[in-house]
Ligand binder design. Sequence first.
Ligand code: NAP
Length: 246
Amino acid sequence: MSGRKTALVTGASRGIGRAVAARLARAGWAVGVNYRERRDKAEELVALLRAEGCEAVALQADVAVRAQVDGMVRRLEDAFGAVSLLVNNAGVAGQALFQDVTDELWERYFAVNLNGARHTIQAVLPHMLHEKAGCIVNVSSIWGQHGASCEVTYSCTKHALIGLTRSLAMELAPSGIRVNCVAPGVIDTDMVRVLGEETLRALAAETPLGRLGTPEDIAAAVAFLASDEASFITGQVLTADGGFLP
Ligand code: NAP
């Protein structure tokens, strides 16, 4: 890779994606800050990063919609050049008994959490294949490694993302493209705050390190996998959960 290095982080307006985008931008990447609804938060982050001298641009797209993803990648390439690092972070979660899971809910979770990654990867892959270089980091979950009661749909999407990571890593390794995954434990973001203070305290107590993770904890894991320090690592799942999983 030479010259400017361009990264795309999906779901970067809030939570983990926001911390990942900020960390990468501060490490010298020109970053596409994807959002779906929270334009205000995405633009606030971009303004903050630009004020620090970093390169960043806010990009609206629902990752579940291929045409929107293709348009987003084109806008990012126009701004900063082709993408050499992709972080698939956008995701949706929620709790429901399995017998209450509707077709709409099942399909939406798969559309965002799994097809979203397929859409972005297929949009950036031609350039990576041409360069014979590139890096993809998918954000799965410990619930992609372990069963999760009342989160069957979410858990299935996150298991699938790990399958995607492992298989694609095998397929793309001969082309010099690395594909890895981070599996966060319970991280203090809007996604889990809906569970309420009491549940969050219990989850922190259940975590051997005695606290919830921060978005910055996960950004550090993503940044490591994206870095040259990880140049011999592909097809792996890096769990960052404070010891939560046995
Ligand atoms: P969050 O606080 O709910 O933020 C979700 C982000 O994803 C937002 O920026 C949101 O954008 C974006 N997003 C949602 N649907 C999208 C779509 N269809 N297209 C584009 N962007 C979309 O979530 P988080 O906790 O940071 O989670 C980030 C990732 O980590 C997810 O994949 C999640 O499954 C995974 N994870 C989280 C935890 C945790 O404990 N928090 C644990 C394990 C794994 P807008 O706000 O602009 O709509």
